[in-house]
Design a protein around this ligand. Sequence first.
Ligand SMILES: O=C[C@H](O)COP(=O)(O)O
Length: 241
Amino acid sequence: MRKIVIAGNWKMFKTQAESVEFLQGFLPELEKTPQDRQVVLCVPFTDLSVLSKSLHGSLVNLGAQNVHWEENGAYTGEISGPMLAEIGVSYVIVGHSERRQYFGETDHTVNLRLKAAQKYGLTPILCVGETKQQRDAGETESLIITQLEKDLVDVDQENLVIAYEPIWAIGTGDTCESLEANRVIGLIRSQLRNPNVTIQYGGSVKPDNIDEIMAQPEIDGVLVGGASLAPKGFARIVNFH
Ligand SMILES: O=C[C@H](O)COP(=O)(O)O
């Protein structure tokens, strides 16, 4: 049985005070949210502690945006799995295209982070997707198959979420057509040992396109950037029809 997972990725937005204010607007909107869907907020490291306390007992799970592969050590600026698990984090984004593009993340380090997340009891959300140039060159399928092959070496597919995020659709308002997203996600599923992995779509998801996206049979959820910052808008996405 595939789980529905609706996740927000706040990226580098919201101070602690702003994150608490968000919850005040967001949580009351979830009173009628069907229990068959998991809601996740992947927030900056600095917001995790305060949100962990505020989310206790709610429907919402806490997520981080990165995790190092070692338990501890001289790795300035990094955060480990046990540090996240201790404060109630249950999901972590791994290999987001912004990490790959700006911070030197490679398929090898993505693979190490995925295995570390699982080792410490976190569910990783692995991001894969092609650039506009790769799409125009007809390389979408081969690129994604290669990413999956390299990223998933020795990764447990029972405790894994994958997000298909075409890079050209991130933050641009240029959503991938839902039929095309469904096709690529079907391709991703065909490459997996476990066909029940939850596979999300990410890239300019908004309140006005969520219903169409979630109506696609291969799409099990969404990873939402910009539109997860507004409490009412993100609640509408969580409460998709
Ligand atoms: O992780 C989320 C994605 O980067 C999508 O961002 P976006 O919804 O702002 O396009």
